[in-house]
Design a protein around this ligand. Sequence first.
Ligand SMILES: C[S@@+](CC[C@H](N)C(=O)[O-])C[C@H]1O[C@@H](n2cnc3c(N)ncnc32)[C@H](O)[C@@H]1O
Length: 250
Amino acid sequence: MPGSTRDHYDRLAASYDENWAAHSEAFNGWMSGRILERLDLRADDRVVDLGCGTGIFSRALVTRAREVVCADPSPNMLAQLPTAGGALVPVQASAEDVAFGRVRLPSDRVDAILIKEALHHVRGREAVMAGLARLLAPGGRVLVVTLPTVISYPLFRRALEVFAERQPEPAGIAGAMQAAGLAVELTYDTYRREIARDRYVAMVRDRHMSLLSEFDDAELADGIREIEREHPEKVLEFDDRFAFVLGRHP
Ligand SMILES: C[S@@+](CC[C@H](N)C(=O)[O-])C[C@H]1O[C@@H](n2cnc3c(N)ncnc32)[C@H](O)[C@@H]1O
């Protein structure tokens, strides 16, 4: 991955789980449920959480599977993984490393791959998806969880525009899965966020989204003033809508 992305996550690792703190438990439970119902894991399944970060969702996967390989290129994110009795297996690797066989996983074939909010960092997504599809055992599933290009976050206007320009279209991800020979379902679910404005502004100041690393200190300060002007309310409420792109090996 580009050095700037790696620096971003290496810097953010220690505070990553705190970012949505007041809501994270409720959100993580909600999101884990949405992931598990789609992946439909069996107790004997071998799973990969690709771009696992600090392993927030690896914890949920491991409650339903034999083994979860937690792959991420950022050593500092991997260092935050829970131990989970040895069932979480850390591997320092990007999606590209795994898809092109540059890093070998403990098993040659896997039953499920989760890529949650990491695919936008991946280069050559069609080729990567084809490589990942080849790793799937018969009946195996790959689930990409991603934000759509238009989001309702109370960010400043320029940040939302840059986000929309950079974020891959869920339909394009579905197309890459289809081209890789998978049967695809694209569905959406929405979580209602409520967060104190001061806390949200502190997260923006901390550049909690990699997108915010695109702005220098002066641009970010201007952006924060815009957020404060546009959102005088003490508590921000907005919809956090996610696309779930599920590909199934025939
Ligand atoms: C927004 S975080 C999501 C982490 C985790 N999946 C979650 O939802 O909590 C994005 C993660 O993608 C990782 N990442 C960046 N580039 C990547 C790549 N090319 N392949 C796989 N993961 C990547 C980052 O290191 C980071 O941990």
